[in-house]
Design a protein around this ligand. Structure first.
Ligand SMILES: [Ca+2]
Length: 387
């Protein structure tokens, strides 16, 4: 498939190119429960760069995507750094000098959701830093890697990943438009075999294969304009060669799920714990009360959500109203959605059944999932699950 794609380069030039993309449906689970309707992945290679990785039509990368960069100063100065995507005839170039390192950078399709890459750089001078960055969009909120420690602005941290937002940004500079940007650095200090970013659409993993040359470490920049992942070759002297080969694999982000076990909290106006459930007993426990409310959660991410109440009754005949379930926003004191449940709605006595409420989760809510018991029939609630 051919598409027209336009972009601005780092120097504000505007250009339009045609390029090939591979578009497929991927094997999503629980898609009917998610706001996503289509799951597709496409890679957009262009000369000297991987211009984008699109998931459901949304580019997961920003700026020039994946490319090679070489810096004599080691500073993030667009005008004097050499880039593969500005290069001609196999030489990296800056906006002022076409005589940068020689390079090859290739991307090719392996499967619908996995592409290979291969990069090679030979230095024609001394460079403070040379690397292969993948500039992901700010929607990439987290990174993980194959390791157990990393260094954040040169301070050691235990762990195999972090939210980018947890990387302080002590460095700053001015972009080509005079706007100040801020940068924080996390790096592995060793040639980690894979690293990945997690966006709101997908997980994108960059893995190394074969035996690289001069691959020194993986770096994750928390930058004002990108949360990136890059393969660093460190400094390179004249005539040294660096080489890496690997693959980029896109997997769908698992559908987020929040489960609130009813017997595990104390927000009950009536009833008792009964094993893996909370139970209200007809004729014994006081009726016309909430058998479960809370948990005042702020964890549900915004979007179309479904709350599933897992409930059981000891009598499934008749139209008597037994329960009213709702989704309640404690921050506004407002019922977002509710429904009544009769005995007959249970279908079968003494068998758990799922009752769902669809709602829109928004930022700033403190959500409760409440079960109001009208009495007359004994009821068990196992949990409320939100997807
Ligand atoms: Ca339970």
């Amino acid at each position: 498939m051919f598409e027209e794609f336009s972009l601005s380069t780092g120097r504000g030039r505007h250009r339009t190119s045609g390029f090939t993309t591979a578009t497929v449906r991927c094997l999503g689970q629980d898609l009917q429960l998610e706001e996503r309707v289509v799951c597709s992945v496409s890679f957009s290679p262009q000369p000297g760069k991987l211009a984008g990785i699109f998931v459901n039509g949304v580019n997961q990368m920003t700026g020039n995507g994946g490319y090679l960069i070489a810096s004599k100063s080691g500073h993030d100065i667009t005008q004097t750094n050499y880039f593969s995507h500005l290069g001609l005839n196999g030489r990296m170039a800056s906006s002022q000098d076409a005589n940068g390192p020689s390079y090859t950078l290739e991307f090719w399709r392996k499967t619908d959701t996995t592409w290979g890459f291969r990069a090679r750089v030979t230095a024609n001078d001394n460079y403070a830093t040379v690397s292969l960055p993948f500039d992901f969009a700010k929607a990439a909120t987290r990174f993980n890697f194959n390791g157990s420690e990393f260094w954040v602005n040169n301070q050691r941290r235990a762990g195999s990943g972090s939210d980018y937002a947890a990387i302080p940004q002590p460095h700053s500079g001015l972009d080509q438009n005079g706007n100040r940007f801020y940068v924080g650095v996390a790096d592995t200090r060793r040639p980690t075999t894979w690293g990945e970013v997690v966006t709101n659409q997908a997980t994108i993993r960059v893995s190394l294969v074969g035996t690289p040359e001069r691959y020194a470490k993986m770096i994750f920049y928390h930058h004002s304009y990108t949360n990136n992942l890059e393969l660093s070759f460190g400094s390179m002297q004249r005539n040294q060669t660096a080489r890496v080969e690997g693959e980029i694999r896109v997997t769908e982000r698992p559908a987020p799920t929040w489960t609130f076990q009813t017997e595990s909290h104390n927000w009950h106006q009536t009833g008792i714990r009964d094993g893996n459930a909370h139970r209200v007993r007809a004729g014994i426990d006081p009726a016309q009360r909430f058998m479960s409310f809370g948990p005042y959660t702020t964890d549900i991410t915004p979007g179309q959500r479904t709350a599933t109440f897992r409930l059981m009754a000891d009598n499934a005949s008749g139209t008597n109203r037994v329960l009213t379930i709702d989704v309640f926003d404690a921050s506004t004191g407002r019922v977002i959605t509710s429904r009544d449940i009769s005995r007959r709605d249970f279908g079968t006595a003494m068998q758990y059944r799922d009752f769902t409420l669809g709602f829109t989760a928004s930022a700033g809510q403190r959500l409760e999932f409440r079960t109001y018991w009208h009495g007359g029939t004994s009821v068990w609630q196992d949990y409320v699950q939100v997807r």
